[in-house]
Design a protein around this ligand. Structure first.
Ligand SMILES: Nc1ncnc2c1ncn2[C@@H]1O[C@H](COP(=O)(O)OP(=O)(O)OP(=O)(O)O)[C@@H](O)[C@H]1O
Ligand SMILES: [Mg+2]
Length: 375
C-alpha cells in the first residue's frame, strides 16, 4: 500500500499550508486589512504561470476573509464557465441566492439587484474572477471589472475583487479599469523553483502517503523533472500517478521508475516518432541509459557508466564502428536532451565533476523494450 489518504492529491483539495508562497499570503492579508477593519473595498490582480498557485492563493485568502470579516460574502467565478458579463452576474445572483422572477432582465437590472442586496444587507461582496482573461476576450471589454472596482464610488455597494489570470491583463482593459490596479495591487507569482517544489511535495506526502512509501530520491527526481516548468500541479500529479503505478503493482515504495511512469502520464514528450527519428548510435545510447536505470532504483546514471554500457552494447550489436569516447557520449546526451527525451545535470563532488543523465518521462523498462525492437 502506498496511499494513506489519496484525496489529498485530488485537484479539489485545498492545502492548509502553501510552502513557497508565505510572503505572498502575508502580502495579501496586509492588503485586505482596511477591508477587514474599515470595510474599505480593494481590488487585487494575481498573475503567474500555470500551476504557480494563483487559484489556491485566491481561495486561501477568501477563506481567511470569510473568517475575519463578519459581513463579507464570497462569490467565486471561473470565467471559463461564465465568460460573458451576463453569465457572470447571473452566477453571482445564484451564489447569493438572489431570486429574479422574470427571465430576460437586462444586465443593468441584474446588477442593480446585486447592489440592492449588498446595500440592504450591509454586505461586503468579494468577487473572485478566475481566468478573467476569458471574460475580457469574449466581451472585448472590461466593463464588469470596472463596475466592481468603482462600485463604492458609483454607490453600488461595497465590492472587492480578486482578478486572476496567467498574464497581466491590464493591457487588454480600458484605461480607466486598468488604472484601478496599481503596482501595489498586483501579485505576480514566479514559477516554483526545484527547492520549493520539493517542499510542496514533502508537505503533501505527509498527508497523502503512508510512512516510507516513497524514496527520497524519487521526491527530488520529481522536483528536478518539473523544475523547468515550475508547476506545482504537474509535480503533484506526477506524484499521484507514480503512486498509483506503484500501488497497482504492489510495490512498497515509489521508485524513480514509478516517477518516470507518472511523468509519462502527465506530460509525455518521448513519443514513438521521436524515438524512430533518432540515429542508431543515439538509440544505443538511450538503450544504455535504460539498461543502467532499470537495474537499480536510481533516478540518474553518470556519463562514465552510460559510456561503458554503450560500448558493450555496440559490441553486442556488432556495431564496433559506433563505439565512442566519454566526450562524444556527453555530446550525444546533449542531443537527446535537446529532443526532450532526457535531462542532464552537472554534479560537482570531491571526486570531480560528472554529468548525470535522467530519462524524462518514460519508464526505463518499457523504453528499453521499444528500443530493442528498433535497433
Ligand atoms: N505553494 C503551494 N503549496 C502546496 N500546493 C500548491 C502550492 N501551489 C500550488 N499548489 C497546488 O498545485 C495545484 C495547482 O495550483 P493552482 O490551481 O492554484 O495553480 P494556478 O496558478 O491557478 O494554475 P492555472 O493557471 O493552470 O489555473 C493545486 O492542486 C494546488 O493545491
Ligand atoms: Mg487556476
Amino acid at each position: 500500500m502506498i496511499f494513506k489518504n489519496e484525496e489529498k492529491l485530488f485537484p479539489a483539495y485545498l492545502p492548509e499550508f502553501l510552502p513557497g508562497r508565505e510572503t505572498e499570503i502575508e502580502k495579501m492579508k496586509m492588503l485586505f486589512q482596511p477591508t477587514i477593519k474599515r470595510n474599505i473595498p480593494i481590488n487585487i490582480m494575481i498573475n503567474g504561470p500555470s500551476g504557480s498557485g494563483k487559484t489556491t492563493i485566491g481561495k486561501k485568502i477568501s477563506q481567511y476573509l470569510e473568517r475575519e470579516s463578519e459581513n463579507l460574502k464570497l462569490v467565486y467565478l471561473n470565467c471559463m464557465d461564465t465568460s460573458t458579463n451576463d453569465m457572470a452576474v447571473m452566477e453571482i445572483m445564484k451564489q447569493l441566492n438572489i431570486s429574479f422572477p422574470e427571465s430576460g432582465h437586462p444586465f443593468e437590472k441584474k446588477f442593480h439587484s446585486i447592489s440592492k442586496y449588498i446595500k440592504e444587507g450591509n454586505i461586503h461582496l468579494l468577487v473572485v474572477l478566475d481566468e478573467a482573461d476569458m471574460l475580457i476576450k469574449r466581451e472585448k471589454s472590461s466593463n464588469l471589472i470596472y463596475l466592481f472596482t468603482r462600485a463604492k464610488e458609483l454607490e453600488r455597494g461595497n465590492i472587492s475583487s480578486i482578478i486572476i489570470s496567467v498574464d497581466d491583463i491590464r493591457p487588454q482593459m480600458e484605461p480607466q479599469t486598468a488604472g484601478m490596479f496599481g503596482n501595489r495591487n498586483m501579485l505576480t507569482l514566479e514559477k516554483y523553483k526545484e527547492k520549493q517544489l520539493t517542499k510542496i511535495l514533502k508537505e503533501r506526502i505527509k498527508l497523502a502517503l503512508l510512512p516510507d512509501a516513497i524514496l527520497d530520491e524519487s521526491i527530488s527526481f520529481i522536483a528536478k523533472l518539473v523544475a523547468e516548468e515550475g508547476s506545482a500541479r504537474v509535480a503533484l500529479n506526477t506524484l499521484w500517478y507514480a503512486g498509483c503505478y506503484a500501488q497497482e503493482r504492489g510495490y512498497k515504495r515509489i521508485t524513480p521508475e514509478c516517477v518516470r511512469a507518472g511523468m509519462a502520464q502527465v506530460h509525455p514528450t518521448t513519443t514513438e516518432t521521436k524515438l524512430k527519428n533518432l540515429d542508431r548510435k543515439q538509440k544505443i545510447l538511450l538503450l544504455a541509459i535504460c539498461e543502467a536505470l532499470s537495474k537499480h532504483d536510481e533516478s540518474g546514471v553518470n556519463t562514465g557508466r552510460a559510456a561503458e554500457i554503450y560500448n558493450l552494447l555496440c559490441e553486442s550489436y556488432e556495431a564496433e564502428s559506433l563505439k565512442r569516447s566519454g566526450v562524444s557520449i556527453w555530446r550525444m546526451a546533449k542531443e537527446l536532451e535537446k529532443e526532450a527525451i532526457i535531462i542532464t545535470e552537472v554534479k560537482h563532488s570531491a571526486a570531480g565533476t560528472t554529468t548525470l543523465l535522467y530519462l524524462r518521462d518514460a519508464p526505463a523498462k518499457e523504453l528499453r523494450n521499444a528500443l530493442v525492437k528498433m535497433i
